[in-house]
Design a protein around this ligand. Sequence first.
Ligand SMILES: Nc1nc2c(ncn2[C@@H]2O[C@H](COP(=O)(O)OP(=O)(O)OP(=O)(O)O)[C@@H](O)[C@H]2O)c(=O)[nH]1
Ligand SMILES: [Mg+2]
Length: 285
Amino acid sequence: MAQSWYPGHMAKATTELAASLKLIDVVIEVVDSRAPAATSNPTLAAVAGRVPRVVVLNKVDLADPKTTDAWKSSLRRLGCAAVTANSQTGAGIAAVIDAAVESARRSGRGGGVSRGARRRFRSAVVGIPNVGKSSFINRVSRRGGAKVGDKPGVTRANQWIVASPELELLDTPGIMPTRVDEPLTWTLLCALGCVDDNLFDAEEVCRAVLAPITAMGGRGGIATRYGVPEDVEDPLTVIEAVAQTRGFILPGGTLDIPRAADAFLRDLRAGRLGRISLERPVREG
Ligand SMILES: Nc1nc2c(ncn2[C@@H]2O[C@H](COP(=O)(O)OP(=O)(O)OP(=O)(O)O)[C@@H](O)[C@H]2O)c(=O)[nH]1
Ligand SMILES: [Mg+2]
């Protein structure tokens, strides 16, 4: 399986991010609550340097609530502001904005840009593909409405959304391609839709992702939807059950395994297999 992609893009994105970070007081990193480590950007901390960072555990509606609580505590113990959100409904968005203002203020950054009598901190959303960056920005923009452009004719590229009386948000997210060192991370990224579908084999990813699902106690939804007992270990048996349940049968009666694997990944991503977390925080101590 390929384990990294877009090296050129990655270098470019990192340079661009470093440039836009100069404009901002706090970084909002969106990750997928189901795999907060795998879907975070490994280079961000280095690039962001001393700019404070708020981690948005997004798609919280799709993750196992207890595991998400563990992630929240773990990140907070590490000194990172962590807030859960559902960018489809808007739940948690206000708390993210509060946390961003708080982090910017605590870092002692001078108070952002002057807007008439007011000063507002500036923030930008970053994250790897498909974690919900655009949905998050849309939500913020629907709450606040107003957009403020940079001085016309000077830097028209940057549009800022008024997130609160104290915070502005850059209206375009920084997309961070991710670097992948470990096969498990690659599997989780493919399973969660953060990698272009052309770059991996769905059946391979299905087979590989069953282990973390099982380890996390997430087999219940698979049992219900496809009628596969939770203790069935062979991944192929599970994929065959998907094909059978969905009627993916080729002429001649063989099961259409590739199609079943695609369907399985779509079900997993959309939460149709229940609230499943795919990794838990490393235990300290
Ligand atoms: N269930 C659920 N789905 C979400 C949430 N946030 C985003 N989504 C869905 O996740 C998918 C990706 O969301 P986007 O906002 O397009 O993600 P993005 O990070 O902008 O993706 P790229 O632009 O491809 O990098 C879409 O289908 C969204 O509707 C959430 O909190 N919960
Ligand atoms: Mg987007």
